[in-house]
Write a protein that binds this ligand. Structure first.
Ligand SMILES: [Zn+2]
Ligand SMILES: [Zn+2]
Length: 334
């Protein structure tokens, strides 16, 4: 059995056709015939070896949707023919405190889908059935693929930081992550404000769930919204005037970072102390929360807005994501 995909041979290289023979299907594994795989910004970071830990040749891809076509002897729930999704994580020890609590991303033995393993820019993949998630029937496969990493990344903070329906929530950045965050926050019941550099995305942000819109490039616009939010989720990958954004929070408000800015954050201590404000971060979702997220998204019609591209046109699609022109995610179809 040969798996056909696309791989980068070295850091920054264009992806080229790549084949490999997978290891025999283990007792706890399933084989998935991939129908869709989203392009996440983390895939670009892996291709460029920005984090210094990429293993080449690299087959990226960790927003996978497909159908189970084979299963090992010890696989319980997953059935042949089931449509499932796979996100960033493909393995964990299963018995540490974090695993037992459903917080598998923090397991010391956590394994990433396309780091040291061949990922989803391919026609098939084999991995542990524990990290395959059944997709609700009503979900469109292309719209669902980006939920598996991007969606999990913005859903988890609403859940773990105790965001309530009566809260006012800000989302910084209306892109791959932000356009999902707006939908989730509105479905959560919150009064949502979108922050984007220009007014270009105002109408779409409102359609996606924003009640208010702040064009942050306009002089004084951020300052005018001071003290208006209980929770602020930053999906931006840019260096911001963090003091000004912290100032958007009401007392006891929380700033949560999920986008990675190029520089470290510089924050004034006084607003944190006096207003008991807090700054935190968040990453993907454990298995339990992944299931909750998918159910919640299906119930509320939350899904990614995507452009579809064939896997053979992957390099053009990557260029489009790099330039920030994708609205809002690109999903590859093998
Ligand atoms: Zn990702
Ligand atoms: Zn563990």
């Amino acid at each position: 059995m040969t798996i056909h995909g696309y791989a980068a041979a070295e850091a920054g290289a264009p992806l080229a056709p790549f084949e490999y023979e997978p290891a025999p299907l283990a007792a706890h594994e399933v084989e998935i015939a991939i129908s869709h795989c989203g392009i996440c910004h983390s895939d670009l970071h892996l291709i460029d070896n920005d984090w210094g830990n990429t293993v080449f040749p690299l087959v990226p891809g960790h927003e996978i949707v497909g159908e189970i076509v084979a299963r090992g002897a010890a696989v319980g729930e997953a059935r042949i023919g089931s449509r499932v999704g796979v996100g960033w994580q493909r393995g964990s020890c299963g018995h540490c405190d974090d695993c037992v609590e459903g917080e598998e991303p923090f397991c010391p033995e956590n394994e990433a889908t396309c780091l040291g393993h061949f990922g989803g820019f391919a026609d098939r993949i084999r991995l542990s059935s524990r990290f395959c998630f059944a997709l609700p029937e009503s979900m469109d496969s292309a719209a669902a693929a980006p939920l598996l990493c991007g969606g999990a990344t913005v859903y988890t903070p609403l859940s773990v930081y105790g965001v309530r329906p009566d809260h006012r929530v800000g989302v910084v950045g209306v892109g791959g992550l932000g356009h999902l965050a707006l939908q989730f926050a509105r479905a959560w019941g919150c009064e949502v404000t979108a922050f984007s550099h220009t007014a270009d995305k105002r109408d779409e942000a409102v359609e996606l769930g924003a009640r208010h819109f702040v064009a942050t490039g306009e002089a004084g616009a951020v300052a005018a919204a001071a003290g208006s939010l209980d929770f602020l989720l930053s999906t931006a990958c840019a260096d911001l005037d963090w003091a000004a954004y912290l100032n958007l929070l009401r007392p006891r408000g929380i700033l949560c970072i999920v986008g990675v800015p190029p520089s470290d954050l510089t924050l004034p201590a006084f607003p944190l102390i006096v207003g008991r404000r807090a700054v935190g971060g968040s990453v993907i979702a454990g298995r339990r929360r992944m299931r909750d997220m998918l159910r919640f998204a299906a119930r509320h019609g939350v899904g990614a807005r995507v452009e579809e591209s064939s896997l053979s046109a992957v390099n053009g699609a990557l260029t489009r994501v790099r330039s920030g022109r994708a609205r809002y995610r690109i999903v590859l179809t093998p």
